[in-house]
Design a protein. Structure first.
Length: 598
């Protein structure tokens, strides 16, 4: 959505009286020389890079939304037939221009062309774009085009009234060019599968250090890689090391995840109003696990307040399944070893005892409230809203699966005009508050406004959207959420709740396992073992569901049976791999997997 001509720097827009034209060509040449650098000090190439984004706004299937490249008649037809689409695309054009002025003022010599596609059509439109480019050019070939004579800097003249303007030329995006785009997990489209597919098709450029077949570092000699030193070392501090490591495929990182609430997290939600009655006896920081929560619930019960129920569990949040399955051992029977795990048995007994003591209710009576609830926070909005009236105590560690890990990430296409320049823009999307906020919300005081209030003696900022704005983006898809405002009217301070939730997440060891199984990187035996491990975990989850229906007496009887018989082999079909899935051999399996993952 590129305006064909944009000024180089606002302060350098050369507006001179039209009478200067009488001075001859030499005066014009001076102006051009100033813009191009002059005295042999050549400036960077003026380039336009595309950014493809899914949007919540309405767009038209098959149209990639560039008003500036449409004929006047086509614009009029679009405005008449689809006024909402036209208004949105026009606003994107205006927001794009403001972002580009900021980039120009920072001497980036790079303009961006935002290509928004409605959520419903986004993946399909991307696939079609890649297919058309692939027919006309080879991946990687476009990366050299920005250095060609075709893209040498040019200055153009424009007459406005009796003034002459000299502008640096930023060419529109090439038909075979696609620079930065978002990969996501959406509906039937798996972010994980798309990520791996793009890599297999050579559509993604690696973002960390890469060598050629001879082991040298000159495969992409112009690039600044994400390493422990250099231009983009800050990215390693902005994105958790575990997440960056999980993005590796054969030791290369091909996309940067957008920081956001990665995983739903289970909490003990402690009612603040009830807690006030026991604040002399308890501190919030001491409520760390089920045992401490049960002790607190007993104290609530001792208040003898009929309006307060110690705990509410209405069945919407699973009480069990909170143990990290990767830490459980598997011998001759997965079920045997789960029920022999001290941590798990202790948790179940404590919970079942609380049920038997009448501390846990499945529903509330009229006028009642719960001192503690089991709460599953699945979004920023839910966590922020709940945190207003409850202290949120994380329950265990949430294990992030592939759909969460690959839910939103930016990549650089092998059809980019300039890898190094695209990397600079990508760095802004994960680290720059001004750019991310404009890309997400538009133009301040037009599309949104910032409200500042004094809370407990310090300024708290809240973003409020203009209800009439036509600019619509999803903050999952416009860069790091932490570098702009929550989109639901929550204060920016409340991002702390999200960050704390993410600190409690654990990325599963097997999040990329299927890729290596599918690509035969593992031997048949190794692949079978990884697959069996996953199936055993499913058996465990089924067991947790059945435990939920047991009384404390039934559960204790089952534990005693297992202890006495030692032979509750309900999954005999796994006996052949049982030895390898034992405690010591499990470490061997992890070592094997780590070796494959690099």
């Amino acid at each position: 959505m590129k305006k064909r001509f944009l000024c180089l720097i606002l302060a350098i827009v050369m507006i001179v009286p039209f009478v200067l034209a009488s001075c001859g060509e030499s005066e014009d040449d001076k102006m051009k020389e100033i813009i191009l650098g002059g005295d042999g000090a050549e400036i960077d190439r003026a380039l336009t890079l595309s950014i493809w984004l899914p949007t919540d706004a309405i767009t038209i299937k098959g149209q990639t939304a560039d008003l500036s490249q449409m004929s006047q008649q086509n614009k009029l037809d679009l405005q008449k037939s689809y006024p909402e689409v036209y208004d949105f695309l026009k606003r994107v054009d205006e927001v794009e221009d403001v972002i580009n002025k900021v980039l120009i003022s920072r001497n980036y010599y790079t303009n961006i062309d935002i290509v928004p596609v409605n959520n419903e059509f986004y993946e399909e439109a991307l696939a079609e774009r890649f297919a058309k480019m692939d027919e006309k050019t080879n991946p990687f070939d476009m990366n050299n085009k920005g250095d060609s004579d075709e893209y040498a800097n040019e200055v153009v003249e424009e007459i406005v009234g009796n003034k002459k303007l000299y502008n640096l030329l930023y060419r529109p995006v090439d038909d075979n060019q696609l620079d930065i785009f978002l990969i996501r997990d959406y509906g039937e489209y798996s972010g994980y599968e798309q990520y791996m597919s793009y890599i297999e098709k050579d559509y993604l450029l690696p973002l960390n250090k890469v060598t050629d077949a001879n082991g040298t570092d000159d495969l992409f000699p112009k690039t600044n890689y994400i390493t422990s030193t250099g231009a983009y070392t800050s990215i390693n501090k902005l994105i958790r090391a575990e997440i960056m490591s999980s993005m590796k495929v054969n030791d290369l990182i091909y996309a940067l995840p957008n920081n956001h609430l990665y995983a739903s997290q289970e909490y003990f939600a402690v009612n603040k109003a009830v807690f006030e009655k026991l604040k002399d006896e308890y501190k919030v920081k001491d409520l760390t696990d089920l045992n401490s929560i049960v002790a607190y619930m007993n104290s609530v019960s001792a208040l003898n307040d009929a309006t307060v129920v110690p705990m509410l569990n209405d069945g919407s949040v699973p009480a069990f399944g909170l143990i990290d399955l990767d830490n459980l051992t598997y011998g001759d029977s997965a079920l045997n070893d789960i029920f022999s795990n001290e941590e798990f048995v202790s948790f179940v007994r404590a919970y079942k005892q609380a049920e038997a003591d009448g501390l846990i209710a499945s529903k509330l009576g009229e006028g009642q409230k719960a001192a503690v609830e089991l709460f599953l926070g699945e979004s920023v909005e839910e966590i922020n809203a709940k945190a207003e009236d409850y202290y949120l105590i994380p329950v265990g560690e949430h294990k992030v699966d592939s759909s969460e890990l690959y839910s939103s990430m930016f990549a650089i296409s092998t059809f980019t005009l300039d890898y190094d320049r695209a990397m600079k823009i990508l760095n802004l999307l994960v680290s720059d508050s001004e750019i991310v906020t404009m890309l997400q919300y538009g133009i301040e005081n037009e599309d949104y406004s910032i409200k500042v209030e004094k809370v407990d003696g310090h300024d708290v900022e809240t973003l409020n959207l203009n209800k009439d704005t036509t600019y619509q983006m999803n903050n999952m898809y416009t860069g790091s959420s932490y570098y702009t405002f929550p989109h639901n009217g929550a204060t920016i301070d409340q991002w702390d709740d999200v960050k704390n939730a993410n600190l409690n997440m654990v990325i599963g060891k097997y999040v990329n396992a299927q890729y290596y199984i599918d690509k035969a990187t593992l031997t048949d035996e190794e692949a079978a073992l990884l697959a069996k491990k996953s199936e055993l975990a499913e058996i465990a989850l089924a067991a947790f569901a059945s435990i939920d229906e047991m009384s404390l007496e039934s559960f204790n009887a089952l534990i005693e049976l297992i202890a006495n018989e030692g032979d509750l082999t309900l999954n005999a079909e796994y006996a052949e791999v049982a030895a390898f899935l034992g405690e010591a051999s499990y470490d061997e399996l992890i070592a094997l997997y780590d070796k494959v993952m690099g």
